[in-house]
Design a protein around this ligand. Structure first.
Ligand code: NAP
Length: 509
């Protein structure tokens, strides 16, 4: 049952008087339950509990943490249809997507559970002493990774499950030994409370300390900022807008003790299509990309928002075909009214720039929070000189750029801001000439896809989901896949230590 209250550790509390309601974007009405913004005292209590819990939780064995994570997964599944119905009502996303995302959330939790049953993820290292070394003897040195402390996770609007309450950030932080305080995305407060109840049940069933998890609601600029400023918070995970991520990064940097903010933000994910690929399979590419651009109403951080081609008669024909196929897909609902408003504003802004031309768009009136898909085109020359054309349009939109030649195309890639992904669509005969494009992409993106689509992010050790700023605030780390755990730990070396004082995994057995 959804109560509208915050979980301050294991206890539901609502001492404040500021409330908000979620929105059913399909019906464009408010959902009935009021949700309570956490008070300053509740925020402080949640962080204090997390701090106290950390003293024990950091020492809980990998096996026990794995049991906790697997029990969270079981409890999420036990929420059954209530969770699916709440998710669809609050997000406008279809039931199939809700179930798929629940599956991903559960498998992420289980993947981190598997990871921490062994010690390899800590990258422990051992350097034996050498008392006879000249001119100085060498001490015994052993190194491991230890958790940072309480982590604040901001729920993402576009993944109400997989990147929210028990999503990748929470799963990886709990796996590492850090307590988590979630700052709920207000538009998914009901979904968040249900998932939070599953985490609390799992914590109680597996004997985790009270405070290992809290679920806090309220405005980002008030509650979110207070959490990031709290001296006992030691790291932050975020997925959302560049302005939001950057604001939190700046708050964290200005603290007396600055802390890391792992923010995954905007990306337009360039897709490079060679003339040979257009020559050989223009229609197939147009169909595949119409699907990718509109998948999830274009509300994926890996949405292909920028398509780079070399101009020709065939390229022009391809652009028209791509636009028609994309626009032929029915208009779909967006996550919430602010995202819809942002889509309208940003697509208008890009298509009204000098030289930009709308190739095709949905012109019928769409329902309140539905998106009118649009494909716009511009020349390489105009794109290069106008940074307003480089802005993310979050939704079913793509800008197709026609460069005059390969040199201009590479200039365009080099001039882009950091991106999560870059994609190359090419033929075998192109391989020998692709090195410059690969080199340019490597310096701009975190993941390069060959003959595929950027949407769809596998959860596995080789995944890199993060890129140079502003794709993320620290391109050395990933937000997806088991390596995401490395964001929440720091290395410690032990020099000449007695065996009995070493952490278990570093002891000589
Ligand atoms: P958002 O506005 O960045 O909000 C995400 C979270 O951060 C919310 O909890 C929000 O709280 C908080 N927040 C935002 N600005 C803040 C600030 N200045 N200080 C403290 N906290 C702050 O993202 P959104 O609501 O998900 O979507 C808005 C836009 O973000 C989209 O239209 C899209 O352009 C972009 N977006 C990008 C991605 C991506 O992966 N690239 C994903 C999602 C969204 P409040 O709600 O109270 O502000």
């Amino acid at each position: 049952m959804i109560t509208g209250k915050n979980y301050i550790g294991n206890t539901l509390k609502a001492n404040g008087n500021i409330t908000h309601k979620t929105i059913n974007p399909k019906l464009n009405i408010e959902n009935p339950i009021p949700f309570y913004e956490a008070t300053d005292e509740e925020i402080d209590e949640a962080v204090q509990l997390a701090w106290d819990a950390f003293k024990n939780y950091r020492k809980v064995s990998g096996q026990k943490r794995a049991e906790f994570l697997n029990t969270i997964a079981d409890e999420i599944l036990a929420l059954d249809q209530e969770l699916i119905d709440t998710y669809t009502t609050e997000s406008g996303l279809p039931e199939g997507r809700a179930k798929g995302e629940r599956g991903r959330t559960v498998s992420q939790l289980r993947a981190f559970a598997d990871l921490v049953t062994k010690e390899d993820w800590r990258e422990n290292s051992f350097d034996a002493a050498n008392p006879d070394r000249e001119p100085f003897p060498k001490d015994d040195l052993r190194r491991t990774s230890i958790p940072l402390g309480p982590v604040v996770v901001f729920g993402a609007s576009n993944f109400p499950l997989a990147f929210s309450t028990a999503g990748g950030d929470t799963a990886s932080a709990l796996a590492s030994g850090c307590p988590v305080i979630v700052k709920v995305h207000e538009m998914h407060s009901g979904t968040a409370e249900l998932v939070a109840s599953a985490i609390i049940k799992a914590a109680e069933k597996t004997g985790m300390p009270n405070g290992v998890f809290s679920n806090i609601m309220g405005r980002g600029k008030i509650v979110g900022a207070a959490l990031v400023q709290h001296p006992k918070v030691k790291a932050v995970g975020f997925t959302g807008s560049i302005s939001g991520g950057r604001a939190l990064f700046d708050i964290a940097a200005k603290r007396e003790e600055p802390i890391p903010v792992f923010a995954e933000m905007g990306s337009i994910n360039p897709v490079i299509i060679t003339p040979n690929a257009i020559e050989n399979r223009a229609e197939e590419i147009a169909s595949t990309y119409a699907g990718s651009i509109t998948l999830g109403t274009g509300q994926f951080c890996t949405n292909p928002g920028l398509i780079l081609t070399i101009n020709s008669a065939k390229t022009q024909k391809f652009i028209i075909d791509l636009a028609q196929k994309t626009v032929a897909i029915d208009a779909q609902c967006m996550l919430h009214p602010n995202i819809k408003n942002g889509f309208v504003e940003n697509s208008k802004s890009v298509s009204s720039q000098n030289g930009a031309e709308v190739v095709d768009e949905i012109t019928d009136t769409v329902e309140a929070n539905y998106a009118a898909t649009q494909i716009t085109t511009v020349s390489g020359k105009d794109f290069l000189k106008n940074p307003k054309l480089h802005k993310e349009v979050f939704g079913p939109f793509s800008l197709v750029v026609t460069a005059k030649d390969e040199a201009e195309l590479i200039d365009i890639i080099n001039g882009l801001e950091g991106q999560l992904t870059g994609t190359i669509l090419a033929e075998k005969e192109d391989y020998a000439n692709l090195h410059d494009i690969v080199d340019a992409l490597e310096s701009r993106v975190g993941r390069i896809i060959f003959n595929g689509v950027p949407t769809g992010v596998e959860v596995c050790p080789s995944m890199q989901h993060g890129g140079p700023y502003p794709a993320s605030t620290d391109s050395r780390f990933t937000a997806v896949g088991t390596n995401a755990i490395k964001r929440w730990v720091r290395p410690v070396s032990y020099q000449s230590f007695p065996n009995e004082l070493l952490p278990e995994a570093l002891k000589t057995k």
